[in-house]
Design a protein around this ligand. Sequence first.
Ligand code: SF4
Ligand code: SF4
Length: 593
Amino acid sequence: MSRTWVTPGGVHPPENKHQSLTQPIGQLPIPEKLIIPLSQHIGAPATPCVEIGQQVLKGQVIAQATGVVSIPMHAPSSGTISAIEHRPIAHASGMLAPCIEITTDGADTWIEHEGISDYEHISPSKLIEMVGNAGISGMGGAGFPSAVKLNPGRQRPIDTLIVNATECEPYITADDSAIRERAGEIIEGIKILSAILDHPTNIMIGIEDNKPEAIAALAPHVEDSGISVVVFPTKYPSGGEKQLIYILTGKELPTGKLPADEGMICINIGTTYAIKRAVIDGEPLISRVTTVTGDAVGTPRNYDTLIGTPVRHLLEHNQFDEQAGGRVIMGGPMMGFTLPSADVPIVKTTNCILAPSYAEIPDDDPAQPCIRCGMCAEACPVSLLPQQLFWYAQAEEHDRLEAHNLFDCIECGACSYVCPSNIPLVQYYRAAKGDIRKAREEKVKSDHARERFEFHKERIEQAEREKEAKRAARREATQQAKADHLAATANGSAASSAPATATPASAVSSSSAADIIAAAQARAAAKQANPEDQRAKLERTIASAEQRLKMAEEKLAEAINDDSGKQDKLSAAVENTRQKLEQSKSKLAELAE
Ligand code: SF4
Ligand code: SF4
């Protein structure tokens, strides 16, 4: 039996998992409308490649990946594209985001698709490409595109593949039920991952001891496979990447380091199933197992749910009793959030819809002052100081929050759970992280704009220095030509009595240069003939230039403020006008002398 390590902190909330495990994974009727958000993953949102009114087949690409960290979206069922617009998405704020709506035709007709069974003979890069094209992102966490996660593994040697079968949050049984019913396909997916990663020496499935049926289901499939199922005591939270790595290997992942930096890849067990379907069956990720539970639903169970299914559709097919509980939570009671609307769709990371009754999970009592009991610090699995973080978050002391490793917080909510004063600690941390990220983005933007402005200013000054050097060279050349002309004239008088000889070419050229200079001097003298006219003209030029400079400076300030991308052009215009103004002013000063 493999050794395991014990993480600090943690809590043991009531599990409440049995309710949704009394029936096998179910299927819902196809919803009339499917709403597919273009960003269901970390990275750039996908770009629609369909039009309103277009017919689509199940599995057809409806939005292309945009950039390296992005994945495509596929139609979860056949039908017609009926809208491409902003819709409410799964977010605590009720925010809107771009979505594609499909009005389904009920036929559920697949696009032509084909997988490969002999993946051992396919190159890792081709397998990664298949994973990327299938739109697979992590299904247990923040939704990191799996193809991107698997790439560093190929550049850096990976000796440990950790499959995360830890489902520590109360109520959620999506992975547990999937393992019970799909263990063979899950292990096939792990073998594909092993081929991609050049067969790591250590492949472990980490699972808690409260899932004996799932553990038993895996056992026959891992025999002689080199894959070990590592069972450890149940505690919340154990499913975080860092926590699971520590439990299984005893290694602490330093802040800012990725598992790949330590030769490890950690992947959710639901994702391994999606990888099997993508490679062997040629199917993109268009559905996932989602737990529907809580006392306010009549039949708690797991469903193989089409991505894009409105939460309302799930509730309607589960006898949701709105009187018993008005709240609908996406995720579990510890890390989930209350949905502002049941119209939001299921996405690739939705593992649970929890509709508790008021008796089951009462509304939070009002928060009381902190009594400095220290229970939050004891519960923290990351050994942070939640009480101090709370004070700094209240005071918006960003530097201190960062110095106290706010970004190591995995937002597990264990501190809030134990707090006798009912302080919603984790909500303060989430808000503080959001504020810090926003401030960082704004600083990067303004630094960028300033650098561009200074770089442009330097370029203009450099151009002016070069112009001045050319002017000086021309002045020197003119003086030299004058001197040559005078010398030639003097020589000509002396030589007029001498016998005629052939005229040297240099003499001709200096003579014509002198003529040009003389003509220019005459023109300049003519221009200077009327100083009054000149002064009036210069004054008009100055007044006009001052007016233009003022307007150009205002426009530049606006452009810098809006970061409109016109800063360079406007900055050049300001500099140009300023130079003209200075020149006119200095000419006017010369005239006055
Ligand atoms: S658990 Fe609550 S009351 Fe106790 S120290 Fe932490 S924040 Fe204060
Ligand atoms: S939410 Fe953050 S601070 Fe609170 S226990 Fe979890 S990791 Fe620690």
